[in-house]
Design a protein around this ligand. Structure first.
Ligand SMILES: N[C@@H](CCC(=O)N[C@@H](CS)C(=O)NCC(=O)O)C(=O)O
Length: 201
């Protein structure tokens, strides 16, 4: 292995895509290893925590956990604050995004009737509370102000997923009342390096 390798499902979504985007914004030439769902069960036990994404760097053990991967890339390439308190604040928001995923993910495996009830309950209570918490902590246009960081990429993936109108029982308007949160989404979407990534995809 002579260049970094990012291992994730063959889909431009979620934790894997945010790591790919971070690597791209960091200007790192990496191997983008995309795993078919059918091949995953045989690989699962070989991953540090049985999940993806996993980042392999020459000379190191494989690194799992999306936030750890993002923070490492961010620290090394100017996409995470150097001030330790500000860095911790960014990491707090990254955990906030993981808590959101932790509430939605179980519904992915539900049958539709149960899914509808569970997701409508999330839309009524959890998601507004989650978005309000995010909104209170965001500067503008990005989380920390004028510059993009890995936390913004993570927020972007989450907002893109849930407001894309493709998640059953979650309306595309779910975050419409949270201008700073949707503003981070728009600012990341419109960032020239993000546009370049999707132009080549
Ligand atoms: N906390 C972990 C969660 C990783 C995770 O659950 N990844 C999902 C894909 S987004 C996965 O590997 N699913 C397949 C499985 O659990 O077998 C992280 O942030 O990386």
């Amino acid at each position: 292995m002579n260049k970094p390798k990012l291992i994730y499902f063959d889909a431009p979504v979620s934790r894997g895509e945010e790591c790919r985007l971070a690597l791209h914004l960091a200007g790192i030439d990496f191997e983008d290893m995309r795993i078919n769902a059918a091949d995953w069960p045989a690989m699962k036990s070989q991953m540090p925590y049985g999940t993806m994404p996993v980042l392999e760097l020459p000379g190191h053990l494989p690194l799992a956990q999306s936030n750890a991967i993002l923070v490492l890339i961010g620290r090394r390439h100017g996409l995470h604050p150097t001030d330790d308190f500000e860095a911790a604040r960014h990491e707090g928001m990254m955990l906030h995004v993981e808590e959101l995923r932790g509430r939605i993910s179980p519904t992915l495996r539900m049958a539709d009737a149960e899914k509808k009830v569970a997701r409508e309950a999330l839309v009524a209570e959890f998601l507004p509370a989650w978005a309000s918490g995010a909104e209170r902590n965001i500067a503008a246009p990005f989380f920390g102000g004028e510059r993009i960081h890995v936390v913004d990429i993570k927020l972007y993936q989450a907002v893109r997923w849930l407001s894309g109108g493709k998640v059953d029982h979650i309306p595309a308007t779910v975050f419409a009342g949270y201008p700073k949160l949707t503003g981070v989404h728009d600012a990341v979407r419109d960032h020239p390096d993000v546009k370049a990534w999707y132009a080549k995809a």
